[in-house]
Design a protein around this ligand. Structure first.
Ligand code: S3P
Length: 439
Protein backbone atom coordinates (compact mmCIF):
# COMPACT_ATOMS: atom_id res chain seq x y z
CA UNK A 1 0.00 0.00 0.00
CA UNK A 2 1.34 3.43 -0.97
CA UNK A 3 0.45 6.51 1.09
CA UNK A 4 0.93 10.06 -0.13
CA UNK A 5 0.83 13.03 2.23
CA UNK A 6 -0.06 16.51 1.04
CA UNK A 7 0.73 19.55 3.17
CA UNK A 8 0.05 23.27 3.13
CA UNK A 9 1.72 24.76 0.09
CA UNK A 10 2.81 28.22 -0.95
CA UNK A 11 1.74 29.57 -4.33
CA UNK A 12 1.74 27.13 -7.27
CA UNK A 13 3.22 28.25 -10.57
CA UNK A 14 4.58 26.98 -13.88
CA UNK A 15 3.71 25.51 -17.27
CA UNK A 16 2.91 21.83 -17.31
CA UNK A 17 1.80 18.98 -19.57
CA UNK A 18 -0.59 16.44 -18.09
CA UNK A 19 -0.63 13.01 -19.81
CA UNK A 20 -2.67 12.00 -22.85
CA UNK A 21 -6.44 11.68 -22.72
CA UNK A 22 -7.63 8.39 -21.24
CA UNK A 23 -10.87 8.09 -23.24
CA UNK A 24 -9.17 8.81 -26.56
CA UNK A 25 -6.25 6.50 -25.73
CA UNK A 26 -8.53 3.48 -25.14
CA UNK A 27 -10.39 4.24 -28.36
CA UNK A 28 -7.26 4.73 -30.49
CA UNK A 29 -6.06 1.24 -29.54
CA UNK A 30 -9.47 -0.41 -29.97
CA UNK A 31 -10.32 1.30 -33.26
CA UNK A 32 -6.80 0.65 -34.54
CA UNK A 33 -7.49 -3.05 -33.93
CA UNK A 34 -10.63 -2.82 -36.12
CA UNK A 35 -8.91 -1.04 -39.01
CA UNK A 36 -7.08 -2.46 -41.98
CA UNK A 37 -3.41 -1.56 -41.90
CA UNK A 38 -1.25 0.36 -39.49
CA UNK A 39 -2.56 2.85 -36.96
CA UNK A 40 0.07 5.00 -35.27
CA UNK A 41 -0.61 6.67 -31.94
CA UNK A 42 1.29 9.63 -30.55
CA UNK A 43 1.04 10.63 -26.86
CA UNK A 44 -0.87 7.50 -25.81
CA UNK A 45 -1.63 7.61 -22.08
CA UNK A 46 0.60 4.85 -20.68
CA UNK A 47 -1.42 4.38 -17.51
CA UNK A 48 -2.59 1.11 -15.96
CA UNK A 49 -6.11 1.40 -17.39
CA UNK A 50 -4.97 1.96 -20.96
CA UNK A 51 -2.22 -0.66 -20.71
CA UNK A 52 -4.88 -3.16 -19.55
CA UNK A 53 -6.82 -2.50 -22.78
CA UNK A 54 -3.60 -2.79 -24.79
CA UNK A 55 -2.77 -6.15 -23.19
CA UNK A 56 -6.31 -7.44 -23.74
CA UNK A 57 -6.15 -6.55 -27.44
CA UNK A 58 -2.85 -8.42 -27.73
CA UNK A 59 -4.55 -11.47 -26.15
CA UNK A 60 -7.21 -11.12 -28.85
CA UNK A 61 -4.55 -11.51 -31.56
CA UNK A 62 -3.68 -7.90 -32.37
CA UNK A 63 -0.05 -6.86 -32.78
CA UNK A 64 0.74 -3.67 -30.85
CA UNK A 65 4.28 -2.35 -30.48
CA UNK A 66 6.03 0.80 -29.41
CA UNK A 67 8.30 2.22 -32.07
CA UNK A 68 10.27 5.17 -30.61
CA UNK A 69 7.64 7.82 -29.80
CA UNK A 70 4.67 6.11 -31.44
CA UNK A 71 2.60 3.06 -30.65
CA UNK A 72 1.74 0.98 -33.72
CA UNK A 73 -1.40 -1.13 -33.92
CA UNK A 74 -1.67 -3.62 -36.79
CA UNK A 75 -5.38 -4.11 -37.40
CA UNK A 76 -6.59 -7.07 -39.42
CA UNK A 77 -10.00 -5.60 -40.21
CA UNK A 78 -13.42 -5.97 -38.63
CA UNK A 79 -14.36 -9.24 -36.94
CA UNK A 80 -10.81 -10.61 -37.08
CA UNK A 81 -10.16 -11.02 -33.35
CA UNK A 82 -9.16 -14.50 -32.20
CA UNK A 83 -10.04 -16.51 -29.07
CA UNK A 84 -7.82 -15.44 -26.18
CA UNK A 85 -5.91 -18.15 -24.28
CA UNK A 86 -6.91 -16.71 -20.91
CA UNK A 87 -9.45 -14.57 -19.07
CA UNK A 88 -9.01 -10.89 -19.92
CA UNK A 89 -8.38 -8.85 -16.78
CA UNK A 90 -9.14 -5.16 -17.31
CA UNK A 91 -7.95 -4.15 -13.84
CA UNK A 92 -9.71 -0.96 -12.72
CA UNK A 93 -10.94 0.10 -16.14
CA UNK A 94 -14.68 0.43 -16.74
CA UNK A 95 -14.04 2.01 -20.14
CA UNK A 96 -11.71 -0.79 -21.21
CA UNK A 97 -14.05 -3.60 -20.23
CA UNK A 98 -17.30 -2.06 -21.52
CA UNK A 99 -15.84 -1.05 -24.89
CA UNK A 100 -14.16 -4.42 -25.38
CA UNK A 101 -17.38 -6.25 -24.45
CA UNK A 102 -19.02 -4.41 -27.36
CA UNK A 103 -16.20 -5.25 -29.72
CA UNK A 104 -15.98 -9.00 -28.98
CA UNK A 105 -19.78 -9.37 -29.08
CA UNK A 106 -19.56 -8.77 -32.82
CA UNK A 107 -16.90 -11.43 -33.42
CA UNK A 108 -17.04 -15.20 -33.67
CA UNK A 109 -15.14 -15.75 -30.39
CA UNK A 110 -15.77 -16.52 -26.72
CA UNK A 111 -14.17 -14.27 -24.12
CA UNK A 112 -14.26 -14.06 -20.32
CA UNK A 113 -13.66 -10.66 -18.72
CA UNK A 114 -12.78 -9.85 -15.13
CA UNK A 115 -11.30 -6.91 -13.21
CA UNK A 116 -9.97 -5.75 -9.86
CA UNK A 117 -11.93 -5.51 -6.60
CA UNK A 118 -13.51 -2.19 -7.66
CA UNK A 119 -14.36 -3.11 -11.28
CA UNK A 120 -15.89 -6.42 -10.22
CA UNK A 121 -18.54 -4.57 -8.19
CA UNK A 122 -19.56 -2.22 -11.05
CA UNK A 123 -22.81 -2.72 -13.00
CA UNK A 124 -22.56 -4.34 -16.44
CA UNK A 125 -26.32 -4.65 -17.10
CA UNK A 126 -26.19 -1.36 -19.04
CA UNK A 127 -24.06 -3.04 -21.72
CA UNK A 128 -25.28 -6.64 -21.38
CA UNK A 129 -28.88 -5.69 -22.33
CA UNK A 130 -28.10 -4.11 -25.73
CA UNK A 131 -25.44 -6.72 -26.53
CA UNK A 132 -27.91 -9.55 -25.90
CA UNK A 133 -30.39 -7.80 -28.19
CA UNK A 134 -27.78 -7.92 -30.93
CA UNK A 135 -27.46 -11.69 -30.47
CA UNK A 136 -24.47 -12.13 -28.16
CA UNK A 137 -24.79 -14.90 -25.55
CA UNK A 138 -23.69 -13.58 -22.17
CA UNK A 139 -23.15 -15.22 -18.79
CA UNK A 140 -22.55 -12.89 -15.86
CA UNK A 141 -22.32 -12.85 -12.10
CA UNK A 142 -25.72 -11.20 -11.60
CA UNK A 143 -24.86 -8.53 -14.21
CA UNK A 144 -21.40 -8.01 -12.71
CA UNK A 145 -17.97 -9.36 -13.71
CA UNK A 146 -16.75 -11.98 -14.39
CA UNK A 147 -18.69 -12.00 -17.67
CA UNK A 148 -18.35 -14.57 -20.46
CA UNK A 149 -19.45 -13.53 -23.95
CA UNK A 150 -20.02 -15.77 -26.94
CA UNK A 151 -20.06 -13.25 -29.74
CA UNK A 152 -22.41 -13.18 -32.71
CA UNK A 153 -20.38 -13.00 -35.94
CA UNK A 154 -23.05 -10.92 -37.68
CA UNK A 155 -24.79 -8.89 -34.96
CA UNK A 156 -28.45 -7.96 -35.43
CA UNK A 157 -28.55 -4.20 -36.11
CA UNK A 158 -30.27 -2.68 -33.09
CA UNK A 159 -32.10 0.56 -32.38
CA UNK A 160 -31.23 1.32 -28.79
CA UNK A 161 -32.46 4.08 -26.53
CA UNK A 162 -30.32 4.38 -23.44
CA UNK A 163 -31.79 5.63 -20.19
CA UNK A 164 -28.27 6.73 -19.21
CA UNK A 165 -26.09 9.40 -20.78
CA UNK A 166 -23.05 7.18 -20.93
CA UNK A 167 -20.27 7.30 -23.49
CA UNK A 168 -19.22 3.82 -22.43
CA UNK A 169 -22.63 2.33 -23.24
CA UNK A 170 -22.83 4.33 -26.48
CA UNK A 171 -19.35 3.25 -27.58
CA UNK A 172 -20.05 -0.38 -26.65
CA UNK A 173 -23.18 -0.42 -28.86
CA UNK A 174 -21.39 1.34 -31.75
CA UNK A 175 -18.37 -0.99 -31.63
CA UNK A 176 -20.74 -3.96 -31.69
CA UNK A 177 -22.60 -2.43 -34.65
CA UNK A 178 -19.40 -2.26 -36.72
CA UNK A 179 -19.71 -5.92 -37.83
CA UNK A 180 -23.46 -5.78 -38.34
CA UNK A 181 -24.78 -5.75 -41.92
CA UNK A 182 -27.36 -3.02 -41.25
CA UNK A 183 -27.61 0.34 -39.50
CA UNK A 184 -27.20 0.60 -35.72
CA UNK A 185 -29.13 3.45 -34.08
CA UNK A 186 -28.49 4.81 -30.61
CA UNK A 187 -30.14 7.62 -28.70
CA UNK A 188 -29.27 9.27 -25.42
CA UNK A 189 -31.17 11.96 -23.52
CA UNK A 190 -28.15 14.20 -22.96
CA UNK A 191 -25.17 14.04 -25.30
CA UNK A 192 -22.18 12.25 -23.75
CA UNK A 193 -18.54 12.55 -24.92
CA UNK A 194 -18.37 11.84 -28.66
CA UNK A 195 -14.79 10.67 -29.23
CA UNK A 196 -15.91 7.31 -30.65
CA UNK A 197 -18.14 9.00 -33.23
CA UNK A 198 -15.43 11.50 -34.19
CA UNK A 199 -12.72 8.86 -34.48
CA UNK A 200 -14.90 6.45 -36.48
CA UNK A 201 -15.75 9.28 -38.85
CA UNK A 202 -12.05 10.16 -39.16
CA UNK A 203 -11.28 6.53 -40.08
CA UNK A 204 -13.89 6.42 -42.82
CA UNK A 205 -17.09 5.07 -41.20
CA UNK A 206 -20.49 6.41 -42.17
CA UNK A 207 -21.73 7.76 -38.86
CA UNK A 208 -24.17 10.60 -38.33
CA UNK A 209 -25.54 12.25 -35.23
CA UNK A 210 -28.20 14.85 -34.72
CA UNK A 211 -29.68 16.57 -31.71
CA UNK A 212 -33.47 16.60 -31.58
CA UNK A 213 -35.12 19.61 -29.88
CA UNK A 214 -31.73 20.58 -28.53
CA UNK A 215 -31.90 17.51 -26.29
CA UNK A 216 -31.98 13.88 -27.44
CA UNK A 217 -28.85 12.90 -29.34
CA UNK A 218 -29.46 10.31 -32.08
CA UNK A 219 -26.64 8.45 -33.82
CA UNK A 220 -26.77 6.20 -36.84
CA UNK A 221 -23.84 3.97 -37.85
CA UNK A 222 -23.80 1.96 -41.10
CA UNK A 223 -22.42 -1.53 -40.56
CA UNK A 224 -19.28 -3.02 -42.12
CA UNK A 225 -17.47 0.25 -42.84
CA UNK A 226 -14.03 0.14 -44.42
CA UNK A 227 -11.89 1.50 -41.60
CA UNK A 228 -8.48 2.72 -42.62
CA UNK A 229 -5.50 2.72 -40.25
CA UNK A 230 -4.71 6.34 -39.35
CA UNK A 231 -2.39 8.48 -37.26
CA UNK A 232 -3.85 9.67 -33.96
CA UNK A 233 -2.21 12.48 -32.05
CA UNK A 234 -3.78 12.30 -28.61
CA UNK A 235 -4.39 15.59 -26.80
CA UNK A 236 -3.79 15.84 -23.06
CA UNK A 237 -6.52 14.88 -20.63
CA UNK A 238 -8.85 17.66 -19.37
CA UNK A 239 -9.92 15.38 -16.52
CA UNK A 240 -6.32 15.10 -15.30
CA UNK A 241 -5.82 18.84 -15.85
CA UNK A 242 -8.71 19.46 -13.44
CA UNK A 243 -6.49 18.57 -10.43
CA UNK A 244 -3.68 21.11 -10.87
CA UNK A 245 -6.34 23.62 -12.01
CA UNK A 246 -8.34 23.21 -8.82
CA UNK A 247 -5.24 23.36 -6.60
CA UNK A 248 -4.29 26.64 -8.34
CA UNK A 249 -7.75 28.10 -7.77
CA UNK A 250 -7.64 27.51 -4.00
CA UNK A 251 -4.03 28.41 -3.15
CA UNK A 252 -3.51 32.21 -2.93
CA UNK A 253 -1.33 33.87 -5.63
CA UNK A 254 -1.10 30.70 -7.74
CA UNK A 255 -1.08 30.79 -11.54
CA UNK A 256 -0.36 27.96 -13.99
CA UNK A 257 -0.71 27.01 -17.66
CA UNK A 258 -1.57 23.47 -18.75
CA UNK A 259 -0.56 22.80 -22.33
CA UNK A 260 -2.25 20.95 -25.24
CA UNK A 261 -5.40 19.89 -23.46
CA UNK A 262 -8.43 18.33 -25.20
CA UNK A 263 -11.12 21.04 -25.10
CA UNK A 264 -13.92 19.01 -26.71
CA UNK A 265 -17.13 20.82 -25.70
CA UNK A 266 -18.45 17.61 -24.12
CA UNK A 267 -15.47 17.42 -21.75
CA UNK A 268 -15.19 20.94 -20.36
CA UNK A 269 -18.20 21.27 -18.06
CA UNK A 270 -15.82 21.57 -15.09
CA UNK A 271 -14.09 24.63 -16.57
CA UNK A 272 -17.39 26.24 -17.60
CA UNK A 273 -18.63 25.79 -14.04
CA UNK A 274 -15.48 27.42 -12.61
CA UNK A 275 -16.02 30.43 -14.88
CA UNK A 276 -19.60 30.65 -13.60
CA UNK A 277 -18.26 30.59 -10.04
CA UNK A 278 -16.14 33.65 -10.88
CA UNK A 279 -12.88 31.72 -11.26
CA UNK A 280 -10.13 32.75 -13.66
CA UNK A 281 -9.89 30.05 -16.37
CA UNK A 282 -9.01 30.91 -19.96
CA UNK A 283 -8.58 28.65 -22.99
CA UNK A 284 -5.78 29.91 -25.21
CA UNK A 285 -3.95 28.85 -28.41
CA UNK A 286 -6.90 26.76 -29.58
CA UNK A 287 -6.43 24.58 -32.67
CA UNK A 288 -7.95 21.50 -34.28
CA UNK A 289 -5.99 18.23 -34.08
CA UNK A 290 -7.39 14.96 -35.51
CA UNK A 291 -10.92 16.37 -35.21
CA UNK A 292 -10.59 17.52 -31.58
CA UNK A 293 -10.23 21.10 -30.29
CA UNK A 294 -6.95 21.35 -28.36
CA UNK A 295 -5.58 24.32 -26.42
CA UNK A 296 -3.83 25.55 -23.28
CA UNK A 297 -5.62 26.23 -20.00
CA UNK A 298 -4.56 29.31 -18.05
CA UNK A 299 -5.74 29.30 -14.42
CA UNK A 300 -5.25 31.75 -11.55
CA UNK A 301 -6.14 31.71 -7.87
CA UNK A 302 -9.64 33.16 -7.57
CA UNK A 303 -12.39 33.95 -5.12
CA UNK A 304 -15.29 31.65 -5.98
CA UNK A 305 -19.07 31.77 -5.46
CA UNK A 306 -21.41 28.79 -5.15
CA UNK A 307 -23.55 27.81 -8.19
CA UNK A 308 -26.27 25.38 -9.21
CA UNK A 309 -25.04 22.96 -11.85
CA UNK A 310 -27.65 22.46 -14.59
CA UNK A 311 -28.44 18.74 -15.05
CA UNK A 312 -27.64 18.83 -18.76
CA UNK A 313 -24.03 19.74 -17.88
CA UNK A 314 -23.50 16.59 -15.79
CA UNK A 315 -22.12 14.30 -18.57
CA UNK A 316 -19.57 16.92 -19.63
CA UNK A 317 -18.05 16.98 -16.12
CA UNK A 318 -18.93 13.46 -14.98
CA UNK A 319 -15.38 12.59 -13.88
CA UNK A 320 -14.70 15.97 -12.28
CA UNK A 321 -17.27 15.94 -9.45
CA UNK A 322 -14.84 14.78 -6.72
CA UNK A 323 -12.47 17.68 -7.41
CA UNK A 324 -15.33 20.06 -8.18
CA UNK A 325 -16.79 19.39 -4.72
CA UNK A 326 -13.45 20.36 -3.18
CA UNK A 327 -13.70 23.70 -5.03
CA UNK A 328 -17.30 24.11 -3.89
CA UNK A 329 -16.06 24.00 -0.27
CA UNK A 330 -14.05 27.16 -1.01
CA UNK A 331 -16.86 28.90 -2.91
CA UNK A 332 -18.93 31.37 -0.93
CA UNK A 333 -22.55 30.25 -0.52
CA UNK A 334 -24.36 27.17 -1.71
CA UNK A 335 -23.41 24.83 -4.55
CA UNK A 336 -25.97 22.26 -5.67
CA UNK A 337 -25.33 19.31 -7.99
CA UNK A 338 -28.34 17.20 -9.02
CA UNK A 339 -28.85 14.27 -11.38
CA UNK A 340 -25.59 12.54 -10.42
CA UNK A 341 -26.93 9.12 -9.32
CA UNK A 342 -24.45 7.36 -11.64
CA UNK A 343 -21.56 8.71 -9.54
CA UNK A 344 -22.46 5.87 -7.16
CA UNK A 345 -21.35 3.41 -9.89
CA UNK A 346 -17.90 4.81 -10.60
CA UNK A 347 -14.58 3.42 -9.32
CA UNK A 348 -16.15 3.94 -5.87
CA UNK A 349 -19.53 5.25 -4.69
CA UNK A 350 -18.33 8.79 -5.28
CA UNK A 351 -21.29 10.53 -3.62
CA UNK A 352 -20.60 8.59 -0.42
CA UNK A 353 -16.81 9.01 -0.53
CA UNK A 354 -16.97 12.74 -1.29
CA UNK A 355 -19.51 13.48 1.44
CA UNK A 356 -18.08 11.27 4.19
CA UNK A 357 -14.53 12.47 3.57
CA UNK A 358 -15.41 16.18 3.35
CA UNK A 359 -17.28 15.86 6.65
CA UNK A 360 -14.05 14.70 8.32
CA UNK A 361 -12.67 18.21 7.70
CA UNK A 362 -15.79 19.92 9.06
CA UNK A 363 -17.19 21.09 5.70
CA UNK A 364 -20.93 21.60 5.44
CA UNK A 365 -22.05 19.00 2.90
CA UNK A 366 -25.22 16.97 2.35
CA UNK A 367 -26.33 14.31 -0.09
CA UNK A 368 -29.45 12.54 -1.34
CA UNK A 369 -29.41 9.40 -3.52
CA UNK A 370 -28.78 11.59 -6.58
CA UNK A 371 -27.44 14.95 -5.40
CA UNK A 372 -24.83 16.77 -3.33
CA UNK A 373 -25.12 20.22 -1.81
CA UNK A 374 -22.30 22.13 -0.18
CA UNK A 375 -22.25 25.39 1.74
CA UNK A 376 -18.77 26.71 1.15
CA UNK A 377 -16.50 29.62 1.89
CA UNK A 378 -16.22 29.01 5.64
CA UNK A 379 -12.78 28.34 7.11
CA UNK A 380 -12.35 24.83 8.52
CA UNK A 381 -9.46 23.96 10.78
CA UNK A 382 -8.96 20.25 11.46
CA UNK A 383 -6.67 19.89 14.49
CA UNK A 384 -4.84 16.89 13.05
CA UNK A 385 -3.88 15.33 9.75
CA UNK A 386 -6.95 13.84 8.06
CA UNK A 387 -6.63 10.29 6.71
CA UNK A 388 -8.47 9.33 3.52
CA UNK A 389 -8.71 5.84 2.05
CA UNK A 390 -8.83 6.08 -1.76
CA UNK A 391 -11.07 2.96 -1.97
CA UNK A 392 -9.14 2.25 -5.18
CA UNK A 393 -10.60 5.35 -6.79
CA UNK A 394 -7.87 7.46 -8.44
CA UNK A 395 -10.00 10.60 -8.57
CA UNK A 396 -10.91 10.44 -4.87
CA UNK A 397 -7.19 10.06 -4.09
CA UNK A 398 -6.08 13.03 -6.24
CA UNK A 399 -8.97 15.27 -5.11
CA UNK A 400 -8.16 14.92 -1.41
CA UNK A 401 -4.43 15.35 -2.03
CA UNK A 402 -5.28 18.68 -3.71
CA UNK A 403 -7.39 19.65 -0.70
CA UNK A 404 -4.50 18.79 1.65
CA UNK A 405 -2.38 21.49 -0.04
CA UNK A 406 -4.48 24.11 1.71
CA UNK A 407 -4.75 22.43 5.14
CA UNK A 408 -2.54 23.43 8.09
CA UNK A 409 -2.15 19.80 9.20
CA UNK A 410 -2.31 18.20 5.78
CA UNK A 411 -3.94 15.03 4.46
CA UNK A 412 -2.72 11.46 4.13
CA UNK A 413 -4.21 9.42 1.28
CA UNK A 414 -3.88 5.67 1.69
CA UNK A 415 -3.94 3.26 -1.27
CA UNK A 416 -2.67 6.12 -3.42
CA UNK A 417 -1.12 3.70 -5.96
CA UNK A 418 -4.53 3.75 -7.68
CA UNK A 419 -3.54 7.16 -9.13
CA UNK A 420 -1.49 5.28 -11.77
CA UNK A 421 -4.69 4.08 -13.43
CA UNK A 422 -5.10 7.49 -15.07
CA UNK A 423 -2.33 9.96 -14.10
CA UNK A 424 0.91 8.04 -13.45
CA UNK A 425 3.08 11.17 -13.02
CA UNK A 426 0.59 13.11 -10.85
CA UNK A 427 3.06 13.26 -7.95
CA UNK A 428 5.94 14.67 -10.05
CA UNK A 429 3.79 17.11 -12.02
CA UNK A 430 2.17 18.50 -8.88
CA UNK A 431 5.56 18.81 -7.16
CA UNK A 432 6.94 20.62 -10.24
CA UNK A 433 4.44 23.46 -9.70
CA UNK A 434 5.22 23.67 -6.00
CA UNK A 435 2.76 21.27 -4.35
CA UNK A 436 3.99 20.01 -1.02
CA UNK A 437 3.58 16.25 -1.48
CA UNK A 438 5.53 13.51 0.32
CA UNK A 439 5.61 9.73 -0.05
C1 S3P B 1 -15.76 7.37 -20.31
C2 S3P B 1 -17.06 7.65 -20.03
C3 S3P B 1 -17.54 8.03 -18.70
C4 S3P B 1 -16.40 8.42 -17.78
C5 S3P B 1 -15.23 7.49 -17.89
C6 S3P B 1 -14.70 7.48 -19.29
C7 S3P B 1 -15.40 6.97 -21.67
O1 S3P B 1 -18.21 6.93 -18.13
O2 S3P B 1 -16.85 8.46 -16.45
O3 S3P B 1 -14.18 7.87 -17.02
O4 S3P B 1 -14.20 7.01 -22.02
O5 S3P B 1 -16.29 6.61 -22.44
P1 S3P B 1 -19.79 6.68 -18.36
O6 S3P B 1 -19.96 6.38 -19.78
O7 S3P B 1 -20.11 5.50 -17.50
O8 S3P B 1 -20.46 7.93 -17.90
Amino acid sequence: MVSIISEKSKKLSGEIFVPGDKSISHRALILGACAIGKTTIENLLESEDVLATLKALKELGISIKKNHKFWEVRGNGLGSLTNPKKTLNLGNSGTGVRLLMGLVSGCDITVTFTGDESLNTRPMKRVIIPLEQSGAEILSNNFKLPVTIKGNKIPIPIKYTSSLSSAQVKSCVLLNGLTSTGDTSYSEAIKSRDHTEKMLNFMGAKIFSKCINNKTNKIKLSGLPYLKGKHFSIPNDPSSAAFPSAATLIIPDSEIKIKNVCLNELRIGFYISIKEMGGYVKFINQKNISGEVVGDIHVKYSKLNGIIIPENRVPSMIDEFPIFCILACFAKGKTVIRGIQDLRNKESDRIKEIVENLKKFGFSVKSTPNSISIIGGKKVNPRKQIIIDSKFDHRIAMSFLCLGLSMENGVEVKNAETISTSFPNFYDIMKSIGANLKK
